[in-house]
Structure formats: C-alpha cells, structure tokens
Write a protein that binds this ligand. Sequence first.
Ligand code: MG
Length: 160
Amino acid sequence: METRIGFGQDVHRLEAGRKLILGGVHIPGDKGIVAHSDGDVLIHAICDALLGAMGLGDIGTHFPDTSPEFRGIDSRILLGRVMEMIRARGYAVGNLDAVINLEQPRIAGYVPAIKEELSKLLGAAPGDVSVKATTTEQLGFAGRGEGVVAYAVVLLYKAK
Ligand code: MG
C-alpha cells in the first residue's frame, strides 16, 4: 500500500506545580502534566498515530512507562525514534491533523510554535501540520481542569 492512515489518542492528569509541555513547547501556567516521561500528551498521541499507521503497536509497547530509561524523557526523543521506524520502512509524513482538548490555559497563542516544532520533528512542510486547540465547555474531566486530551490523525506515504 502506498498510503497509510493512523490515529492516536492520549490523556494525562494535570496537577499544580508541574510543567506543561505540548508539542515540545513549554507553556507556562498554574498546572502541568503528571507522567513518567515529560508528559507531552500531544507528541504521545502523534507517536501512536504514526505507529498505528504502520501497524507497529503503540507507544507503551516501544517505550514502557515502567522503564527508568524513559523517566522524565523529552518526548521529542520518542517521536524521533518513531520517525526512524517510519523512515526505515520507506515512509514519510504526508500530513498531520491534531486536536488538544484543554480548558486552561488557553493555548491558541502557542499553536504556531507547536506547529513549527512538529514540522521539524516530522520532516513535513509547515502547511502539512495542523494543530487545533479546543475545550469541552467545562464538561467532564478536561473541562474541570483535571486532565488534558490529545488526538492525532496522520497520513503516511511511500517515499522510496
Ligand atoms: Mg502519554
């Protein structure tokens, strides 16, 4: 098959006094993400979408959260490793579309920086990387500020 599609989703808990990093970009605020790694929920969803597109399982299989190797790790390193797997199979990223579901802080102002970072990591043109921020109108765990959700869809194409 010349093109393959993948979908990923991730959730992390939010707590006061933690760092909030989305798409490799640090976003200042009252709360941050609780996780074994740096908790970059957006990059985790993207990794799962890429792995899913290639039928390679999920992020937990490749980078277990029980392993000391991945404690506090910059998730950009994990995405780099996933991209190596994709490239080794002759595929490249056609385009990415992602959604971040977060009540506070409002992150629209950070989206251009996130897209630029992801574009570099994925080896995709900036116009092929879409990141959207939304809320759940104060409904559910995300709406209560207890957690953050990210979704990603990616299209890969056979590059060689
Ligand atoms: Mg995660």
